[in-house]
Design a protein around this ligand. Structure first.
Ligand SMILES: [Zn+2]
Length: 159
C-alpha cells in the first residue's frame, strides 16, 4: 500500500507540475499574442489619426479657397453691377441733355446723339466717362419722337 501511495503522490505531483507549466505556457503565449495584437491595433489607430488629420487639413484648405472664390465672385458681380448702373446713369444724362437741346432747337432738333454738339453748346460739360471700355452710346430710332439712346454693352435705361 505504501508503495502505491508513493506512486499516486508522484503521479499527482507530476500531473500538477505538468499542468501548471502547461497553463503558464499557454497564458504566456496568449499574453504575447494579445500584446502584439494591441500594438497592431494601436498602430492602426495612429495611422487612422494621421489620415484624419490630413483630411481635416485638406478640408480647411478647400473651405478657405471656397471662401476666397465666393468673395471674389461677390466682388466681381458687385463691381460689375456698379458699372452697369454708372452706364445707365450716363444714358439718362445724355437723354436729358438731348431733350433740353431739342427744346432750344425746335427748328433743327437732334435726331441722334451727338455728344460733341452737346459739349460744344454746353448742355454737358464734357463727354461722360465710359464705365467699361466697350461701352458705346448709340441711338435707336429718332430722338425727336420715341427714339432712345442705348449702350452697345449695357442696353437701354428704364425711363
Ligand atoms: Zn455701357
Amino acid at each position: 500500500m505504501k508503495k502505491y501511495n508513493k506512486l499516486i503522490v508522484l503521479i499527482i505531483m507530476f500531473v500538477c507540475t505538468h499542468f501548471s507549466l502547461y497553463a503558464t505556457d499557454t497564458s504566456k503565449i496568449e499574453t504575447e499574442k494579445f500584446k502584439s495584437w494591441m500594438i497592431a491595433v494601436n498602430n492602426e489607430i495612429k495611422s487612422l489619426k494621421a489620415r484624419i488629420k490630413a483630411l481635416q487639413e485638406e478640408i480647411a484648405i478647400l473651405k478657405q479657397s471656397n471662401n476666397n472664390n465666393n468673395s471674389l465672385n461677390t466682388y466681381l458681380s458687385s463691381s460689375s453691377s456698379a458699372r452697369t448702373n454708372a452706364c445707365l446713369a450716363n444714358l439718362r444724362t445724355y437723354s436729358a441733355a438731348v431733350e433740353m437741346y431739342n427744346l432750344d432747337h425746335e427748328d433743327s432738333p437732334m435726331k441722334s446723339l451727338n455728344i460733341d454738339k452737346l459739349v460744344k453748346e454746353k448742355y454737358i460739360k464734357s463727354a461722360l466717362t465710359k464705365p467699361e471700355t466697350d461701352c458705346d452710346y448709340i441711338t435707336e430710332g429718332d430722338l425727336t419722337s420715341d427714339g432712345k439712346i442705348k449702350c452697345a454693352r449695357h442696353g437701354k435705361a428704364n425711363r
